[in-house]
Design a protein around this ligand. Structure first.
Ligand code: 5AD
Ligand code: SF4
Length: 486
């Protein structure tokens, strides 16, 4: 395990070992040398800033980047303009994510003029996209390091190369079948953690760029996942979020296949762990076995994120989602029968090519029928290289905007009603932080993922605490404290 490795004992004059992860520890040791030199020259340690765009998988990857930088001796600097090493972990799921990145990069390029030694690195999904690398080389040549999603475990080696070079270091792989375990990571919270259980996606929904930039589906071995969670629990983590693009198909491609439900059953047995969450679930792969495990579990949280994308069977077919509106509705009913207090949330895209007003009405209908606790709504964004980008019937932007606004107002009024049903009840929350706006309040998360603000002091952070819900404010509650549960 990483914790047992003494970086100071690595002799960097011996050259890098061939095997992973030992090779990467060698490069962390080399980066430490570079940091010592920097400190001698400048009278201070260098600092670094990791900026994350996109989903929870990226947030987890960024913890690994932070872990490596910390082990190498960099100090954390929240303001990217003041950092010596800046890394953007990028997203490309919608076009505006790319535009935001170029905007931020342009700004940083200008502030770099004041600190020409600043190194800027880019990694993550956008770097895997066709054409991006060429654009960076042409218009953003001040960038020092570019790598993608498949070789993030190589960050120490690439960091070392970039610190020693004045040229742009580039290492973007097409795909990989490798999963390297035990790379250091810096947790954002002491009491909860994301855990990757798989990477990639094989579904090829016709609008989605993820299968092209994250590659084929690969599951981590259950023994590696269990070992990681046991060590997190021993370190005080009470809640884990299992992460994957499609967790319901976990384990299918392993040498000894196991199901996601079986993995959950094993995780449930880990002492000290109190809560288990997971995302994202694909409706077509959600099994009866999983529903049964969720129904009988003491630790799996009462929340399921189940992206529907559209309520129209015709559009779902064009999206290559492989379920119908009726099958989705049956599935949600089955889940609610097994887990009556479950909170359901979803993702919806409006304006997919070919979507008519009738199709959109089907989406409004499914929203009214399922009555989601929360809906993440997106305007369709054309991603080149995906089948939908060249489909006929692209919808005019003003029509998309109009449907988006109508959907949003519908989901907001339904969610406010659905969320308020818990008023007056006593709920177990995991206390996460001191409230941003009022330091006399704490913020806790209920099993169903809703937030509650209540009076209390910071010593409760990380504890499970019972709170009475006094008042619903739309998407969160105000409560009053009770007692520590554990
Ligand atoms: N346009 C709009 N939304 C998209 N999503 C994925 N690809 C696109 C796209 N091209 C949404 C889906 C997915 C969520 C993470 O992002 O709803 O579930
Ligand atoms: Fe994209 Fe579909 Fe895979 Fe989700 S399941 S990542 S929407 S291709």
């Amino acid at each position: 395990m990483y914790n047992e490795i003494d970086l100071d004992k690595i002799d960097i004059t011996l050259g890098p070992p061939a095997k992973e992860p030992a090779r990467q520890y060698y490069f962390i040791a080399r980066c430490r040398e570079w940091v010592r030199d920097f400190e001698q020259r400048n009278g201070r340690v260098p600092n670094s800033c990791v900026t994350t765009f996109g989903c929870q998988m990226n947030a987890r990857d960024s913890e690994k980047l932070e872990g490596v930088l910390k082990q190498a001796g960099f100090a954390a600097e929240p303001d990217e303009r003041k950092a010596d090493f800046v890394i953007f972990n990028t997203c490309t799921v919608r076009e505006n994510a790319n535009q935001r990145l170029y905007g931020r990069l342009g700004q940083l390029g200008r502030s770099r003029k004041r600190n020409p030694d600043m190194k800027i690195a880019l990694c993550g999904c956008m770097m895997q996209e066709a054409g991006v690398l060429e654009k960076l080389k042409k218009s953003y040549s001040f960038v020092s390091l570019v790598f993608g999603t498949h070789n993030i475990y190589k960050f120490p080696e690439l960091l070392s190369a970039c610190l020693d070079s004045d040229r742009m270091v580039i290492d973007v792989w097409e795909d990989t079948d490798q999963i390297v375990e035990d790379i250091p990571s810096e947790r954002k919270f002491s009491f909860k953690s994301g855990v990757n259980i798989m990477t990639g996606c094989n579904n090829f929904c016709s609008y989605c760029i993820v299968p092209y930039v994250r590659g084929r589906e690969r599951s981590r071995r259950p023994e590696d996942i269990l070992r990681e969670i046991k060590s997190l629990a021993a370190d005080g983590v009470v809640e884990v979020m299992l992460l994957g693009q499609n967790v319901n198909s976990y384990g299918k491609t392993l040498e000894d296949p196991i199901t996601f439900a079986q993995l959950l059953t094993e995780i449930e047995r880990i002492d000290g762990l109190e809560r288990i969450r997971f995302m994202t679930s694909h409706p077509k792969d959600l099994s009866d076995e999983l529903i049964q495990v969720m129904g009988s579990s003491q630790k799996i949280c009462r929340h399921l994120h189940l992206p529907v994308q559209s309520g129209s069977t015709r559009i779902l077919e064009r999206m290559n989602r492989r379920y119908t509106k009726e099958q989705y509705l049956e599935l949600t009913e089955k889940i609610r029968r097994a887990v009556p207090d479950i909170s359901l949330t979803t993702d919806i895209i409006v304006g997919f090519p070919g979507e008519t007003e009738e199709d959109f009405q089907e989406t409004l209908d499914i929203v009214r029928r399922v009555r989601y606790d929360a809906v993440f709504t997106f305007q369709y964004s054309k991603r080149s290289g995906t089948p939908a980008a060249v489909m006929d019937g692209q919808v005019a932007p003003e029509v998309v905007k109009d449907r988006f606004d109508r959907l949003l107002s519908e989901v907001q009024s339904i969610s406010a009603e659905v969320c308020s049903v818990h008023t007056g009840s006593v709920q177990e929350v995991l206390v996460e932080s001191v409230n941003d706006h009022d330091p006399s309040l704490l913020t806790g998360r209920m099993s169903n993922n809703l937030l509650v603000h209540f009076p209390g002091d910071a010593s409760l952070i990380g504890k499970l605490y019972s709170v009475r819900l006094k008042e619903c404010r739309g998407f969160y509650y105000l409560g009053e404290g009770g007692q520590i549960i554990s």
